[in-house]
Each structure stands twice: as C-alpha cells, then as structure tokens.
Design a protein. Structure first.
Length: 367
C-alpha cells in the first residue's frame, strides 16, 4: 500500500478548465471519497490518478514514487468501474485470473489469490458462472475480486454502485467497507451519492467547479460546512436557507428573518462578526419542538405546515417560514395537520450563518 499525494493538479479539455490547483492527501491505508455534483471534476481526477488522462500541471505521487507521467500499467493500481468491465465470454474464475495470467503469475499463486478473494466476497458458488448469469450485485463483487487479486498499491473506485438498485447499493456498500477493513488498501472512491461518501470515507473531499471546496472527516464536514455549497450538498433532506439579518443587541448576536429569530454560537460567527445581511442555514434534522430542546433552545422558528411525510419512526413536515419553503424533521408520533402553525427551536451549535455575497461560513470568512 502507499500514500497518495496530489499537488496543484490542473486539467483542461480544450478551453475548458476541469481541475484547478487540486491538492489531496490520502494516508497509507486510508479511504478517501471524492464527492460532488456532476461536472465538478471528480471522475477526471480519478482518471488522472489512474493514468487514463494526463495532467496539464501539478504532480501525483504514490509514496515516494512520482507517477504523474507513468502509464496505467506501471502505476500498480486496481480499478473498479461502474460498468463492472467483466469479460462476458469468461467465467468468474477466469475473469479473476485473467490479469494475473497476463503478468505470468505462477498458477499456484493465481489459485491462492482467487481462493482468498472468493472467501472474502462469497464468490465460491459463482466461480463457474458467466457474467450474464449474475445479478448486478454479484457482478460488482466479481469486479472487486478482480481488484483484490491484483494486490495493488492503490485501489480506485469509479462510482461502482451507480448501476445498482437501492437495496443492492446498501449491501455492496457494506461489502466495500468490510473489504477495506480487512485488507487495509489505500483507496480513492468517486461518487455523487452523499450516503456513500458519509458511510465509507475516513476523509471526504467535496469538489465544486474543479476545486476542493472542503475536506476532512465526514461528520466534521457535515457538522461544520465551510461554505453554503458544502452545506447544501451534504445532508438529506437538504439544509434550509433563509435570507436574514445579523444583529447585535443586548450583548449578543441574533439572526432575524420573517418568522425566525435565533442566536448562533460564538464559534459560528468567527473573530469579527459584523451586522448586516447573511444567509441562515438550518438542517431539518436539527430543528425540534422547543419542549424537546429545553435550555439548549436558542430561538424560535414559526412555520406553517403544508405537507407531512410520515415515515414511521420520523416524519418530515414541509412548511413555509415567512414565504420561504422549510423542511423540519419531527418525531414519528408527531402529526401536525395541514395548515397548522408549528413552533420549532434549535440549539445554538446547530445554527449556520453564511456570508450573503461569498457564501462562505462566517467563521471561514476572509478579512
């Protein structure tokens, strides 16, 4: 295994700049997830790491080895594609063995590696089958098995679950997590699915327009987004945003908008907050009836219920606050009627405040 170090990577296609000064560090044995919307550059970055595209600037290193200009065959990588990339005319066993045979690996070693990979991924009953006889989840496990037998320094995953239905995605996600925990391979994983990013990664990199917008442990980035973009991208349902005013009164800071008055924590405002226009961010999962918050409550949100989605253990109330849409998570037993008034509160630590112009969190604001 090896540490992956990327510094100042640039990539253009014609006049279009796809990546701009990207820096990424993945420690030896780490699992990094590149996440972002379509067109943000994450798949292009993975292809640069794999050597399938050539960088226009910057460097890529595996451990102490510079690989920026090396072809894929010389990088010692294993790649799992969303399309599985299995040979349809070969059995599962032969698909697993194919790459090793090309490298003139001894037959005894090939059998040993196939046996190990099959035991890890439960492929034993499938070894004599052809890809057309497998389900989507089984095909993806074979694709992962083919990567395992390579024993490469770096594993690369290109949206491997995007072709699977919801139930299979959940199962294969667990399989990938177990696989990484067992073999400890340095892994870089690309997805647009935030659930995959949050559950698989020990470090996520949120990309936006060819740049890394924020990186860090998943729960840390979720809890303390540095920009409005990151706050909006991570979380389901998405964070509520309200145009508001930051005011200072009675020795404390208050964020106000029609139907809203909340007190953010000092850490949310940075070193030099200034009164003026801001954007207030409140996650649906963080708001609650005031009686549930008790002394932790830091203000009030006055909402009117329009639609209630009851999901068993929880419900989501789709409301209006002032004239803006607002989503709130409620306990499963809560059933406010359509058109009814709903009073909500929130703890100060869960109040996010963003600069109205730059979109940066106030604690992350420059100047």
């Amino acid at each position: 295994m090896a540490q992956v170090t990327i510094r100042g990577v640039e990539k253009r296609f014609g006049q279009t700049r796809v990546l701009s000064g990207v820096d990424i560090d993945v420690p030896d044995g780490g699992f990094a997830v590149l996440v972002g919307p379509s067109g943000c550059g994450k798949s292009t970055l993975l292809r640069l790491i794999a050597g399938l595209e050539e960088a226009d600037g910057g460097s890529i290193r595996f451990g102490d080895r510079e690989v920026t200009r090396l072809p894929p065959r010389d990088r010692d990588i294993a790649m799992v594609f969303q399309s599985y990339a299995l040979y349809p005319h070969l059995t599962v066993r032969d698909n697993l063995a194919f790459g090793l045979e090309l490298r003139k690996t001894p037959k005894a070693e090939i059998e040993k590696r196939i046996t190990e990979a099959s035991e890890m991924l439960g492929l034993d009953p499938l070894l004599a089958r052809f890809p057309r006889q497998l389900s989507g989840g089984q095909r993806q496990r074979v694709a992962m098995g083919r990567a395992i037998v390579r024993r490469a320094q770096v594993f690369l995953f290109d949206e491997p679950l995007s072709n699977l239905d919801a139930a299979l995605r959940a199962q294969v996600r667990v399989d990938i997590k177990k696989l990484h925990d067992r073999i400890g391979a340095t892994s870089v994983y690309v997805t647009h699915d935030q659930v995959e990013a949050m559950t698989l990664a020990d470090r996520i990199f949120v990309l936006n327009r060819g740049r890394v917008e924020q990186s860090g442990p998943p729960l840390e980035v979720y809890a303390r987004p540095a920009t409005r973009f990151v706050a909006a991208f991570l979380g389901s349902p998405a964070m509520n945003f309200i145009d508001a005013e930051l005011e200072h009164e009675g020795g404390r800071w208050v964020v106000r908008a029609p139907g809203v008055s909340v007190r953010p924590s000092v850490s949310a405002l940075g070193d030099a907050p200034r009164p003026g226009k801001v954007v207030l961010g409140l996650r649906p999962h963080d708001v609650a009836p005031p009686e549930e918050l008790g002394k932790e409550g830091a203000g009030e949100i006055h909402a009117q219920v329009e639609v209630l989605e009851a999901l068993g253990t929880e419900s989501f109330a789709h409301c209006t606050v002032g004239e803006l849409p607002f989503v709130a998570r409620l306990p499963g037993a809560s059933r406010p009627a359509k058109g009814s008034a709903l009073l909500l509160g929130i703890a100060a630590e869960h109040v996010h405040v963003f600069d109205a112009d730059s979109g940066r969190a106030l604690w992350n604001r420059e100047g």
